[in-house]
Design a protein around this ligand. Structure first.
Ligand code: GPU
Length: 828
C-alpha cells in the first residue's frame, strides 16, 4: 500500500543521513557528477558554459530539497495560503540569487576554484529570464523573494512564455527588436511537471438546461488546450523555506478532433493541433497599452483557468465544502491582467460546484485583493465585448450578471445619478462596447491597493473617486519596495561587506531597518574613504561594460549620471537629453580657462521602447544623435560623454546601479504611480535627481530633501489639472529645442515631430515648464560633486535611509492588511 511504501521510504531516507552536504568537497563531487551525467561531458574536459550548467544543476538539487520540505510542511499545517497571480515576472538570473539565499556562495566559490573555475565567470554565463516588461514585472519578482524570506505560505502563478521581452539591438542609433528565445540552452531552474496539467476551454456556446426545476448553464467549448505546469523554486534568505512559482505552458489537448483525422488529412490535423502552443509563445512587449488583441485575452484566460483549477483542486484535497474557502485562500491580482480569475472562480463555484449565486459571490468578494499600478484612465484595461463574447461566452454572461446586480444596488444607494452610474458600470457603452476590467476588479475585491501614498491620493480623488466615495474602507496603499538581497547582496558585494562591517552584523539582510545605523558614521572619514573606494571599483566594472557594449571610453573621475528605465514620454528621457544638449552648448561657448571648472560627466541612458511606440523610438535615436556629436567633439573631451546602453535588462541593471553616482527619476508630477528603480539606486548610495512624483515623495521624507536634488514644484503646489498657468518657458529651453529642430544633430525631418510636441500648447508633459528647475538641480549636483566629503555623506545617508523601501516591509503590510496570512516556517 501507499502507506507502507511511504514508511519504507522514510526509513531509507533516515539511513541515507538527511540532506545534501554543502562542504566544498561534496559540492565538487556533485558538480562533477552533473558534468558527467546531466550535461553528459567528460569530467576531465568541459568548458565554462558546461561548468555553469553543472553548477546550476547542483544548486537546483539543493533548491528542490528545500522546496519539497516546504511543501510537505505547508501541507501538514494547512495554513491560509496566498495565490499571487501575475502575467509578468521579471526574474533575471537565478544562480547568484540562489546560492546567496541558500547561504552557500562561498562554499561553491571555493569548490569551483579547486576545479580551476572562477565563480564570477560562470555566473556571467547565465541569460536573463525576462518574462515581463518593466517595473510591474520586477516588482512581482522582488515580492516573491520577500514572501519566501518571510516564510509566508504562498504560490506564485504566471505564464511560461517561450519568447521573453525582445532583445534591443541598436543599428545606426535606431532600435531594432530581436526575439528572445531564452529556453534555447535549457533552463535548469524549472521543473517540468507533465503530470500536472489541466484542460482550458475557449469559444463555443452556452445553453440553459434544467433538472428538477433548477436551471443551470452548460458551456460547450469550441477549442480545448492543455496547460502544463513548470515549477520554479524560489528560495528565501536565512530560512529553509523555498516557495513555488508555477508557470503554465500551452500544449495541444489530449482530446483529439477525430473528425479531422478521419478525413485523411493526417499532416494538417497534426499541424493544426500544434497551434495550441502559440498561446504561451510570446510576451506582449507594450507595457500599459491595451489593444484588445484576441491572443492576449487568450493568454490571460489560459493562465487564469489553469491556476484556478489547480487552486480549487488543492483546496478540495482537504475540504469537502467551500465554507472555509476564504479562510484558506487569498488571491492577489497584479493589476487587472489576471482579473478574469474573479469571474472564473464564480463560474466554477456556480456552474461546476453548484453553489447558488449568493454564496459564490460572498466567497469571491472575501478572497480577492487587487493592486493597481496606474494613475490615469488611459492606462486602464478594456476588453471589447464582442471579443469576450466569442472567446468566453459564459464569462461575459457572468460579467453582465455582476454588473446588473451592482447597478441595481447602486441605484438604491445613490439614486438616479446617471452619469455616475455610467462611470461606475463594468460595461462601457460607445463605438466599441467594452468591459472595464478595473471596475470589475474593484467591485469584486475586498481591498484595492495603491503602490505609493500619492498614488493612493490620486486613486481617491481622481481615478477611482466614485468607488472610493462608495467604499472608502476598501482602499489602501502599500508603498512598493525592492529586495535588498538582489539589489545589494547579489549585485553589490563590495557595498554589502562594507555595510556589514560598519554595522557589525549581517542582520540587515533580513531586517533592513538596521541600515539606519549607518547614519552615525556618515561623516566618519574612514568609512567615507572605504565607501568611495567601493564606488570606484563598481564604476570600473561599469566603465568596462560601457566600452565593450558601446565602444565609448569614459573617465572614472567623471560623475556617472544615469537614467535607466522603459522609454516613455511621461518619464521624460527627452528632458534629460535636452539638459545634455544645454550642457554641451555651454561647454562649446566657454573659453579654455572656464572649461577647466566644468565638472566632467558621463550621461548614461538605457531602456527599451515598445515596438510600436514611435515617439519613444525617436527619443532613442535622438540620444544616439546627440552622443555622436558630443563624443566626437575634441573641444569637449572627457568633460562630457553620452552613452546609450543597449538592451537594458535586470542583469544590466545589476551592473549599472552599483556603478552610478547620480540617478534621474524625472517623470512629470502626477504620472508615476510609484517608481521602484529609484529605490534600488538609493540602497546603493546613488544620489537622486528627481521630481516629487510617486514614491519619491516618501523617499524625501526618509532621507530629507537636502540629501537629494529635487526638480520642480511639489505635487500639492502643482496639481495635474493645471489650474495655475504654467510658468513661461525659458530662453534656454527655446534654444536647445531649436538646435534639434535646425538639424544641429542631423536627422532634421525625423526629429521634427519630437520638436513639435514641445511647442507651448502641445507640451503635455511640461518639459518647458520644468526645464529651468531641472537645470538648477543639475547645477547643484555639480557643485556638490566636487565636495567629496559632502557627496559621500549624502551617499551614505541615502543608503541609511533606504530601509523603508524594502519589499519585506511592503509584503508585511499586504500580509496583515490585505491577505490575512501568517508565516509558516519550515523547520531546519
Ligand atoms: N507599471 Br500600469 C508598469 O511597469 N507597467 C504597467 O503596465 C503599469 C505600471 C509600473 C508603474 O509605472 C510604476 O510607477 C510602478 O512603480 C510599477 O508599475 C510597480 O508598481
Amino acid at each position: 500500500s501507499l502507506g507502507e511504501r511511504r514508511a519504507k521510504a522514510e526509513k531509507m531516507f533516515g539511513l541515507m543521513d538527511g540532506f545534501l552536504k554543502n562542504d566544498p568537497m561534496s559540492l565538487q563531487k556533485d558538480i562533477l557528477d552533473h558534468v558527467e551525467y546531466t550535461v553528459a561531458r567528460s569530467r576531465f574536459n568541459f568548458d565554462d558554459f558546461e561548468a555553469f550548467q553543472a553548477l546550476s544543476h547542483s544548486v537546483r538539487d539543493r533548491l528542490i530539497e528545500r522546496w519539497h520540505d516546504t511543501h510537505q510542511h505547508f501541507k501538514k499545517q494547512d495554513p491560509k495560503r496566498l495565490y499571487f497571480l501575475s502575467l509578468e515576472f521579471l526574474m533575471g538570473r537565478s544562480l547568484s540569487n540562489s546560492v546567496i539565499n541558500l547561504g552557500i556562495r562561498d562554499e561553491y566559490a571555493e569548490a569551483l576554484s579547486q576545479l580551476g573555475f572562477e565563480y564570477e565567470v560562470l555566473a556571467e554565463q547565465e541569460g536573463d529570464a525576462a518574462l515581463g516588461n518593466g517595473g510591474l514585472a520586477r516588482l512581482s519578482a522582488c515580492q516573491m523573494d520577500s514572501l519566501a524570506t518571510l516564510d509566508y505560505p504562498v504560490w506564485g502563478y504566471g505564464l511560461r512564455y517561450q519568447y521573453g521581452l525582445f532583445r534591443q539591438v541598436i543599428v545606426d542609433g535606431y532600435q531594432h527588436e530581436q526575439p528572445d528565445y531564452w529556453l534555447n540552452f535549457g533552463n535548469p531552474w524549472e521543473i517540468e511537471r507533465i503530470q500536472v496539467s489541466y484542460s482550458v476551454k475557449f469559444y463555443g456556446m452556452v445553453e440553459e438546461k434544467a433538472s428538477n426545476g433548477v436551471k443551470y448553464k452548460v458551456w460547450t467549448p469550441g477549442e480545448t488546450v492543455e496547460a502544463v505546469a513548470y515549477d520554479n523554486p524560489i528560495p528565501g534568505y536565512g530560512t529553509r523555506n523555498a516557495i513555488n512559482l508555477r508557470l503554465w505552458a500551452a500544449k495541444p489537448s489530449g482530446q483529439y478532433d477525430l473528425e479531422s483525422y478521419n478525413t485523411g488529412d493526417y499532416i494538417n490535423a497534426i499541424v493544426n493541433r500544434q497551434k495550441a502552443e502559440t498561446i504561451s509563445y510570446v510576451l506582449y512587449p507594450d507595457d500599459r497599452s491595451y489593444q484588445g488583441k484576441e491572443l492576449r485575452l487568450k493568454q490571460q484566460y489560459f493562465f487564469v483557468s489553469a491556476s484556478v483549477q489547480d487552486i480549487i483542486r488543492r483546496f478540495k484535497d482537504v475540504h469537502d465544502n467551500f465554507d472555509e474557502f476564504p479562510d484558506k485562500v487569498a488571491f492577489q491580482i497584479n493589476d487587472t491582467h489576471p482579473s478574469l480569475a474573479i469571474v472564473e472562480v464564480l463560474r466554477v463555484l456556480i456552474d461546476e460546484e453548484c453553489l447558488d449565486w449568493g454564496k459564490a459571490w460572498e466567497i469571491v468578494c472575501r478572497a480577492f485583493s487587487f493592486t493597481t499600478h496606474t494613475v490615469n484612465t488611459e492606462g486602464l484595461e478594456k476588453i471589447p465585448v464582442d471579443l469576450l463574447g466569442s472567446l468566453l461566452p459564459r464569462h461575459l454572461q457572468i460579467m453582465y450578471d455582476i454588473n446588473h446586480r451592482f447597478m441595481e444596488d447602486l441605484k438604491r444607494k445613490i439614486g438616479q445619478d446617471y452619469s455616475r452610474l455610467e462611470r461606475m458600470s463594468i460595461v462601457e457603452e460607445g463605438i466599441v462596447k467594452s468591459i472595464r476590467m478595473a471596475n470589475l476588479s474593484i467591485i469584486c475585491s475586498h481591498t484595492v491597493n495603491g503602490v505609493s501614498r500619492v498614488h493612493f491620493e490620486l486613486l481617491k480623488t481622481r481615478l477611482f473617486k466614485d468607488f472610493y466615495d462608495l467604499w472608502p474602507q476598501k482602499f489602501q496603499y502599500k508603498t512598493n519596495g525592492v529586495t535588498q538581497r538582489r539589489w545589494i547582496v547579489v549585485s553589490n558585494p563590495g557595498l554589502c561587506s562594507l555595510i556589514s562591517k560598519w554595522l557589525g552584523t549581517e542582520a540587515w539582510i533580513r531586517n533592513v531597518d538596521l541600515l539606519a545605523g549607518l547614519r552615525e558614521h556618515a561623516s566618519n572619514p574612514v568609512l567615507q574613504q572605504e565607501w568611495r573606494m567601493t564606488k570606484t571599483i563598481n564604476k570600473m566594472r561599469l566603465a568596462d561594460y560601457i566600452e565593450t557594449s558601446t565602444g565609448v571610453k569614459v573617465s572614472l573621475d567623471a560623475m556617472f549620471d544615469v537614467q535607466v528605465k522603459r522609454i516613455h514620454e511621461y518619464k521624460r528621457q527627452l528632458l534629460n537629453i535636452l539638459g545634455i544638449i544645454y550642457r554641451y552648448d555651454c561647454i562649446k561657448n566657454m573659453n579654455k580657462s572656464d572649461r577647466k571648472k566644468v565638472v566632467p560627466r558621463v550621461c548614461i541612458i538605457g531602456g527599451k521602447a515598445a515596438p510600436g511606440y514611435e515617439v519613444a523610438k525617436k527619443i532613442i535615436k535622438l540620444c544616439h544623435a546627440v552622443a555622436d556629436k558630443v563624443n566626437n567633439d575634441d573641444d569637449v573631451g572627457d568633460l562630457l560623454k553620452v552613452v546609450f546602453i543597449p538592451d537594458y535588462n535586470v542583469s544590466v541593471a545589476e551592473l549599472v546601479i552599483p556603478g552610478s553616482d547620480l540617478s534621474q527619476h524625472i517623470s512629470t508630477v502626477g504620472h508615476e504611480a510609484s517608481g521602484t528603480g529609484s529605490m534600488k539606486f538609493l540602497m546603493n548610495g546613488c544620489l537622486l535627481l528627481a521630481t516629487a512624483d510617486g514614491s519619491t515623495v516618501e523617499i524625501i521624507e526618509e532621507i530629507g530633501v537636502e540629501n537629494m536634488f529635487l526638480v520642480g514644484t511639489k505635487l500639492h503646489e502643482d496639481p495635474q489639472s493645471g489650474d495655475k498657468p504654467a510658468p513661461g518657458v525659458s530662453i534656454q529651453f527655446i534654444r536647445v529645442v531649436s538646435m534639434v529642430r535646425n538639424g544641429y544633430f542631423g536627422f532634421k525631418e525625423y526629429f521634427n515631430s519630437l520638436c513639435d510636441s514641445l511647442e507651448d500648447d502641445k507640451d503635455f508633459y511640461k518639459l518647458g515648464a520644468d526645464f529651468s528647475s531641472y537645470l538648477e538641480a543639475q547645477a547643484m549636483a555639480d557643485r556638490v560633486f566636487v565636495n567629496k566629503e559632502k557627496w559621500t555623506c549624502m551617499s551614505i545617508l541615502s543608503t541609511a535611509g533606504s530601509g523603508k523601501f524594502s519589499s519585506d516591509r511592503t509584503i508585511e503590510e499586504y500580509a496583515k492588511h490585505a491577505w490575512g496570512i501568517e508565516p509558516c516556517k519550515c523547520p531546519f
